[in-house]
Design a protein around this ligand. Structure first.
Ligand code: GLU
Length: 234
């Protein structure tokens, strides 16, 4: 297997020690295995991302002596390496999921969702989305569209267990019932970063994902995206 790993910072602040550590481990792993180290800028959060922070990350990595083989300033076969330049790609995959019935428009407003969440918590129930827009019929959708509400797009979470093979933690089991169907595109048409990450890891042929442990609870959802596209997760 060709080792291809990535460091994927969000340029919403300066590079911190935790980022540097993640970058270092990826770089070492790539160099040890004669693989590729890819730098990907995850700026899907347009409001918080800036060009200055991106530049700062590039400068700081260079200062640390961590060179990359593919990245925003070093084109490889899998670019562009800046997520804001890949939006059409993400949208085409969202279209594919909609067509295959693996995703659906959700017309619930933020206020409604918050209210239901608060109520669930009060009743001691898990505050997850109740999937109520999953089975809307055409007429119901039409009625919502007529009100001018712009829908979010939700991904259908399948039933059963999801196993995460983590080289450090071992096999970690999650129950899909813990999750409600997840938003992959917000009502303002922006794509959520979890989705973008998986599309990129898939298209950039990433072999191993080395990242902060805070991402472990996100990984089962990521695995379901890979499953939906019939792709082997890294
Ligand atoms: N952009 C994410 C972050 O900065 C990293 C996502 C990932 O490594 O999968 O936390």
């Amino acid at each position: 297997m060709t080792v291809r790993v990535r460091f994927a910072p969000s340029p919403t602040g300066q590079l911190h020690v935790g980022n540097a550590r993640t970058a270092l481990f990826n770089w070492l792993f790539a160099r040890h295995h004669g693989g590729k180290f890819i730098l990907r800028i995850e700026d899907t959060d347009i409001e918080r991302s800036t060009a200055e922070y991106t530049q700062g990350i590039l400068d700081d990595l260079r200062w640390l002596g961590l060179d990359w083989d593919e990245g925003p300033d070093k084109d490889g076969a899998y670019g562009p390496y800046i997520q804001s330049q890949r939006m059409d790609t993400y949208r085409s995959y969202i279209e594919k999921l909609l067509k295959e019935g693996k995703a659906y428009p959700c017309y619930c407003t933020k206020e409604e969702l918050e209210k239901r969440r608060a109520q669930a918590l009060q009743e001691g129930k898990p505050p997850r989305y109740d999937n109520r827009c999953r089975n809307l019929i055409a007429d119901q959708k039409k009625a919502f569209e007529a009100t001018g509400i712009k829908p979010a797009i939700r991904f259908k979470i399948r039933e059963g267990n999801i196993e995460v093979h983590d080289l450090i933690r071992g096999d970690v089991m999650f129950n899909a019932a813990e999750f409600g169907d997840i938003i992959i595109q917000k009502s303002d048409a922006s794509v959520i970063f979890h989705f973008a990450v998986c599309i990129d890891d898939m298209l950039m042929n990433i072999s191993h994902v080395i990242r902060g442990e805070d991402h472990l609870p996100n990984t089962p959802k990521h695995i379901l995206f890979f499953e939906a596209f019939g792709a082997e997760p890294p």
